[in-house]
Write a protein that binds this ligand. Structure first.
Ligand SMILES: [Zn+2]
Length: 625
């Protein structure tokens, strides 16, 4: 988006005059918001937004349809009610509705004040949640804006409920008034979630090689005690320092501060959502429970990695973000998948997961890509482009995603594992994925942007390929890797790569029918994996299995019958279809394609010193303690 200035001028306009017009727009007064919570028990905000210094014509006020980091359409206009518009003298203005997301206001005197209520009771990184304990705001779900004013500065004042003990936490820029904040433009405003609650705010410092210190804050809305808060902050600090070690420096946070907005109450919701200088990390839990803090830290690890990867190392397909449409990106395997990989890897490097837990988590993504059905249909790039239909998207009709789609988080994590181990393997440990991420950072992230909220050098798929060629010092390797594993639908052979770290990736040699998700009545409840033996035999979701090999089934007997089958066996299934028809299907049992990861030492082998060194370089700590 860019500033739109619509003066009634002839088309012959000198460049100098355009420059003058744009600078006069930028010098104009900010768009101001007042966001109040007069009755939080009823879960609504009372919002006033004033657009001053308007050119003549229609003001096109809109609610966003999408939110950065969440790719399906969410139609935030649906929760707006009691909307009215007034001019600078307080006179009510006519409103028309050209589409479901927009309010056109006409007849103004150069200033428009829009007043509305908005309902929200859903804690996560995407929506709005208001109750007597907090106001948890994702801005696209909360604030109405107007077309043509994306470059205007913004001022927001929050009005907490009377008598509440709420304090604010946000990446918005602070002012002398503790309840008033600013943003330099619409992109930054929309990227700035806000938590107002009786929260616990703590901080620690990180230092860059140039000596610059910055503050990392944790702002926790929680129901736990000091011990849990201390454990959370200690874990967060380990994660932050390990990630700093990967890139060699921290991003320049716009106000010198990065904030974890943690929402951990049993009545809340679960999510993690990245932003430029903050993140929402939420779980519907109490941190008091045993192991609860450790359980929520993997989201902390994932989200902080986004401070580099996506917030600054950003795909061109998402810059600038379009709040009016679903945004399509073929690079989410890198933006989300590589973040998923590092989220897990850093938990290990930070000592918050064991070597084996970490290796197993990383190998799980490889297993899904290698042995799952989805790769037959789409590459990592094509899976990324499915995000608008799969990322918290709602539909009434059925989809077959469970058998034709692999999440770009999983697929991308598997690509990251392949790239990391390949780089280490071919360089004898001298080059790794950490070098690749540093190269992406140096070229695409570090250069920054003209203003907070903007990225100057977003990357394309070709850029991502070129950086791999540079890091590997081998264009042929990079081209083959991208052609096969990123844009193509091949899966790398992970076994020899994992063997270098002393892990065996192997099949279990068990029999496989593909007949999963069968309930006690014999009904196949889920879609069968595309190409699995049961699928090839013609069975489908909804079919009821009546007997196997002529023997009628007692409830629960099916799985034990199937377990006894070996690759090469055949079994004949009698089934009843939803239209009343009955039939027989012959299932040719195959070898289970699922892969399991086993430590060399745990399977009778000996870990060599070379394997140990490889494993340590990959999974071991990097930050000095
Ligand atoms: Zn993410």
């Amino acid at each position: 988006m860019s500033p739109v200035f619509r003066p009634a001028l002839s088309c012959v306009l000198s460049v100098a005059l355009i420059a003058l017009a744009v600078s006069s727009v930028q010098a104009q007064a900010p768009v101001t918001y007042r966001v109040a919570f007069p009755a939080p028990e009823h879960h609504y905000a009372q919002i006033e937004v004033t657009f001053p210094d308007l050119p003549p014509g229609t003001l096109e006020a809109r609610m966003s349809r999408s939110s950065p980091g969440r790719y399906a359409l969410h139609e935030y206009a649906k929760n707006v009610f009691e909307l009215a518009a007034f001019d600078g003298k307080g006179k009510a203005l006519p409103i028309s509705r050209p589409n479901p997301y927009q309010w056109n206001v006409t007849g103004h005197d150069g200033s428009v004040r829009v007043v509305y209520k908005i309902y929200g009771d859903h804690v996560d990184g995407t929506y709005l949640a208001i109750d007597p304990t907090h106001a948890h705001m994702n801005m696209p779900a909360t604030l109405l804006w107007a077309r043509g004013f994306a470059a205007r500065p913004v001022q927001v004042t929050f009005v907490p409920p009377k008598g509440s003990k709420w304090i604010p936490a946000t990446q918005l820029f602070s002012t002398d008034d503790p309840w008033t904040f600013t943003a330099p433009n619409l992109q930054y405003l929309m990227d700035s979630p806000v938590e107002l609650s009786a929260q616990t705010i703590r901080s620690f410092k990180v230092r860059n090689p140039d000596g610059r210190e910055q503050t990392i804050r944790t702002a926790l809305h929680h129901d736990a005690g000091d011990a849990e808060v201390n454990e959370y902050i200690a874990g967060t600090e380990k994660i932050v320092r390990e990630q700093g070690a990967i890139f060699g420096e921290y991003p320049q946070f716009d106000a010198g501060t990065y904030t974890f907005l943690g929402d951990y109450v049993p009545w809340g919701g679960g999510d993690g959502m990245e932003h430029r200088n903050s993140t929402v990390v939420a779980a519907a839990v109490s941190l008091r429970g045993p192991g609860a803090v450790l359980d929520v830290l993997d989201t902390v690890s994932h989200e902080f990695f986004h401070a580099w990867n996506v917030e600054r190392i950003r795909p061109k397909s998402l810059e600038p973000f379009n709040f009016e449409e679903a945004n399509i990106s073929g690079e989410l395997w890198l933006a989300e998948g590589f973040t998923q990989y590092y989220g897990n890897l850093v938990m290990g490097r930070a000592g918050l997961a064991t070597r084996d837990e970490t290796a197993a988590a990383l190998a799980r993504s490889a297993n899904t890509v290698v042995s799952g059905p989805g790769r037959q249909f789409r590459s990592a790039v094509a899976m990324s482009q499915m995000a608008p239909f799969t990322d918290a998207a709602r539909s009434v009709d059925k989809t077959n995603f469970s058998t034709t789609f692999i999440s770009y988080y999983t697929y991308g994590s598997a690509v990251a594992l392949a790239m990391d181990l390949s780089l280490r393997d071919r360089s004898n440990g001298k080059v790794s994925l950490d070098d690749y991420m540093r190269a992406m950072w140096r070229v695409h992230g570090k250069p920054g942007g003209a203003q907070p909220g903007l990225v100057a050098k977003p990357y394309t798929l070709q850029d991502a390929r070129d950086r791999l060629a540079e890091v590997a010092g081998d264009k042929g390797f990079a081209d083959a890797f991208f052609d096969k594993y990123v844009e193509g639908r091949e899966a790398i052979d992970y076994a020899p790569l994992l063997a270098r770290a002393g892990y065996a990736l192997r099949r279990s040699a068990a029999g496989w029918t593909g007949l999963t998700g069968v309930d006690a009545s014999g009904t196949i409840t889920g879609l069968l994996a595309w190409g699995s033996p049961a699928f090839e035999a013609g069975l489908d979701q909804g079919d009821v299995i009546v007997d196997v090999d002529g023997k009628s089934l007692r409830p629960g007997a099916l799985q034990s019958t199937l377990k006894a089958k070996k690759p090469g066996d055949r079994l004949v299934v009698t089934f009843k279809r939803r239209d009343g028809a009955t039939g027989k299907a012959t299932i040719a049992v195959k070898e289970d394609p699922a892969l399991e990861l086993v430590r060399v030492e745990a399977s009778g082998g000996t870990l060599t010193s070379a394997q140990q060194a490889f494993r340590e370089a990959w999974l071991g700590a990097k930050a000095g303690r």
